[in-house]
Design a protein around this ligand. Structure first.
Ligand code: UD1
Ligand code: UDP
Length: 424
């Protein structure tokens, strides 16, 4: 029961109705009328036949998934052949809700699983037990999950248990190191095993999937939906009090949150950043801190009291994209920011040992620094003191998409039409 292609089932008249068997006429007529009215609001005409709308359920729960799935939800909602149902896990609460508001997406289901200091066990068991009844109620034709979070993995697993096809958005990113990013590399590979539709953001991601033995006919190169999101967020006229505080100085934009960096690596990262900022008064840093209390503790210990850095609450995606567009450079361990900053030509020091987004490294805008204090210190200083190094990284390029990924995914799901993204 593959969803894409021409397998839309036409509405059929109940058997026995036209034969006029009296015992059947009343109940069957009632069913038929009910079903007709139901489909009148949930179907469309194609080649003179009324065709059944397919139910596409979109599931997400964290900030980055929301940023990349909300534009897809909005695109799917414009499609006549698709009924879109949104289920959020609530793995993130505040950080998720702010994105929903910006994209005007109202979930149909909210599993509200977030707990303070939640463990991977909490998220996994919470979603697995509560998502089942949503699937039973909606019986979707396909469930779309995103990327590599616990929400995505566990929702895909629930679909697998119920034999519901899964479409994996942002499929095929790999480090092939199960410990980094942790647990995301495992999650992404596991969803790859379950997925029926692999929406790869880049040709490299598609190559990984095909090399792993996925049927090439189920692998689609679409571009990354984050580029679609950025079309709505970045504004020429944007201002913010933090940008006024930075004024003519160089804005250094910082984020950090990865689980494998919690503890010692994070101490190293922040110590290196503080040393460089102390030596460079021409810089001012803005660091919106992830809500994870383990991150907050280390940040406060290492960066507290530093006058040239403002540690602030998470900013919404509109602010974040506009900060990226205006920064001098960015230090981060985020995945999404590695995709966004290249579009603005803003150099990114990726404070990680591995990246599943090598396209930006190959194009020269990202540099992988590792997580040792001396390595981050040296790379950060180099970009501030060596103009040639900076210039070599600061060029706009977009190896992650053309802003039409959501349209491509919706086309594939609605009609089977596939117009691949060709990296330029
Ligand atoms: C999760 C994803 C990671 C993604 C990141 C994006 C997994 C395993 N990891 O990691 O891939 O890069 O989200 O940010 O799914 N918290 C709040 N309020 C919020 C959000 C989080 O208080 O709005 C707290 C949680 O209660 C928890 C901590 O932050 O204590 C970490 O959140 P969690 O979802 O467990 O993992 P992340 O590290 O955010
Ligand atoms: N982001 C945001 N506010 C912030 C920090 C990040 O809106 O304070 C956005 C950022 O633009 C990107 C996404 O969140 O789109 C990345 O999320 P995160 O770094 O939490 O997760 P990852 O991408 O590493 O999975």
């Amino acid at each position: 029961m593959y969803f894409c292609g021409n397998d839309f089932s036409a509405q059929s008249v109940p058997p026995g109705f036209w034969r006029g068997e009296p015992a059947l006429i009343l109940p069957v007529a009632a069913t038929w009328v009910f079903s007709y009215v139901d489909r009148l609001f949930a179907g469309q005409w194609m080649s003179g036949k009324r065709v059944r709308m397919k139910t596409v359920m979109v599931v997400f729960g964290t900030r980055p998934e929301a940023i990349k799935m909300c534009p897809l939800v909005n695109e799917l909602k414009t499609r006549k052949g698709i009924r879109t149902v949104v289920c959020v896990s609530g793995q993130h609460r505040q950080m998720l809700d702010s994105v929903l508001e910006i994209f005007h997406v109202k979930p149909d289901y909210d599993l509200s699983v977030m707990k303070p200091e939640q463990t991977l066990f909490d998220i996994t068991t919470g979603i697995l037990s509560s998502f089942r009844s949503v699937l039973e109620a909606e019986k979707p034709d396909v469930v779309l999950v995103h990327g590599d979070t616990s929400t995505a993995f566990v929702s895909a697993l629930a679909c697998f248990y119920m034999q519901i096809p899964v479409g994996h958005v942002e499929a095929g990113l790999r480090t092939y190191n199960i410990d980094s990013p942790y647990p995301e590399e495992f999650n992404r590979q596991a969803i790859g095993i379950i997925g029926r539709y692999h929406f790869a953001p880049t040709p490299l991601a598609a190559e990984h999937l095909i090399r792993e033995g996925k049927n090439p006919e189920t692998v689609y190169i679409t571009g990354n939906t984050v580029i679609d999101a950025m079309r709505h967020t970045v504004k020429e006229s944007y201002t913010h009090p933090e940008l006024e505080w930075v004024g003519d100085r160089k804005l250094i934009f910082i984020t950090a949150h990865r689980r494998e960096n919690l503890g010692e690596p994070m101490h190293h990262m922040f110590r290196a950043i503080r040393r460089v900022l102390d030596e460079h008064p021409e810089c001012r840093a803005v660091y919106p801190i992830h809500m994870n209390p383990s991150v907050r503790k280390v940040a406060e210990a290492e960066l507290g009291g530093c006058d040239s850095i403002h540690m602030i609450e998470p900013i919404d995606v509109l602010d974040c994209h506009n900060f990226e567009a205006r920064c001098h450079l960015c230090l981060t361990d985020s995945g999404g920011i590695q995709e966004e900053c290249p579009a603005f030509g803003r150099p990114v020091l990726v404070m990680r040992d591995t990246t599943e987004r090598p396209e930006g490294v190959d194009s020269g805008v990202l540099r992988l620094t590792g997580t040792h204090e001396e390595d981050i210190y040296r790379n950060f200083k180099d970009l501030l003191e060596n103009q040639a190094s900076y210039d070599a990284m600061a060029h706009a390029c977009n190896p992650y998409g053309d802003g039409r990924a959501t349209q491509r995914i919706a086309d594939i799901l609605e009609t089977g039409k596939y117009d691949p993204w060709v990296a330029g």
